[in-house]
Design a protein around this ligand. Structure first.
Ligand code: 5RP
Length: 234
């Protein structure tokens, strides 16, 4: 059996070859990019690089602080050179589902102000069509049921409130998460993203379209860096 943790570590660390001293970096959230953040901490303390990070979650903030990575807020940063983050799925056009860790809103804010975005993943995340992974939507806690109804009536898709109605999961922004069961049917993620964002009560949706420039993907036989030919990397 493949060592999943080892695959995550390989992808996370390999992506650090894109990191240069002087960069302002978006620091993603999750169990793969954790290894990127740990390696950046090592590059600061052992190699002497100087970078500043913008964390996409409180857990990433705590990890980065523990490693001595200088941090700033998204508004202080204004723009970023590079974001490195995980994904729950990526398709052949480098569109992503994100938000399995609940940090999709800040993750998208950070990705949107970055000159480029690199995803770290193992090959289980590579799919022909997005949607097998339930699509996370961050919603206003007052309106989660109305949003769920709107998605069912417009798309015929059911959703579940993350954590359940008794003890819903609460994001770092105070929102709730609906996990929507589209199945592997999301052939036009840009259109679906625009539709979901138009529903009253939606804060953000975990579809990332036109943002990912490369995927550093670990496999049982090594790491591949797959560059998006339509992306922004030279
Ligand atoms: C958090 C995310 C994560 O990047 C995504 O869930 C992948 O995480 P992992 O590397 O732990 O599988 O979108 O909101």
């Amino acid at each position: 059996m493949a060592d999943v943790e080892g695959l995550k570590r390989e992808a996370g660390v390999t992506a650090c070859s894109f990191v240069r001293s002087g960069m302002k970096l978006g620091l993603g959230t999750g169990s793969t990019v954790k290894y990127t953040i740990i390696e950046i901490g090592r590059m600061i303390s052992e190699d002497g690089i100087e970078v500043v990070g913008v964390p996409t979650s409180e857990s990433t903030r705590e990890l980065a602080e523990s490693l001595g990575i200088p941090l700033m807020s998204i508004s202080e940063a204004g723009s970023l050179d590079l974001t490195i983050d995980g994904a729950d799925e990526f398709d052949p056009k480098f569109s992503l589902i994100k938000g399995g860790g609940g940090a999709l809103t800040r993750e998208k804010e950070v990705a949107l102000i970055s000159d480029s975005m690199i995803v770290v993943a193992d090959d289980r995340k590579k799919v022909p069509v997005l949607g097998e992974f339930d699509l996370p939507i961050e919603v206003d806690p007052e309106l989660w049921s109305a949003v769920s109804d709107a998605i069912r009536s417009s798309s015929g898709v059911g959703s579940s409130l993350r954590g359940g109605t008794e003890s819903p999961y609460v994001t770092d922004n105070g929102g709730f998460i609906l996990d929507c069961k589209f199945g592997p049917t999301i052939v036009d993620p840009a259109n679906l993203e625009a539709h979901i964002l138009s529903i009253d009560g939606v804060v953000q949706v975990g579809l990332f379209v036109g943002l990912c420039d490369a995927v550093v993907m670990s496999t049982g036989s090594g790491v591949q860096t797959i560059i998006n030919p339509a992306g922004r990397l030279p």
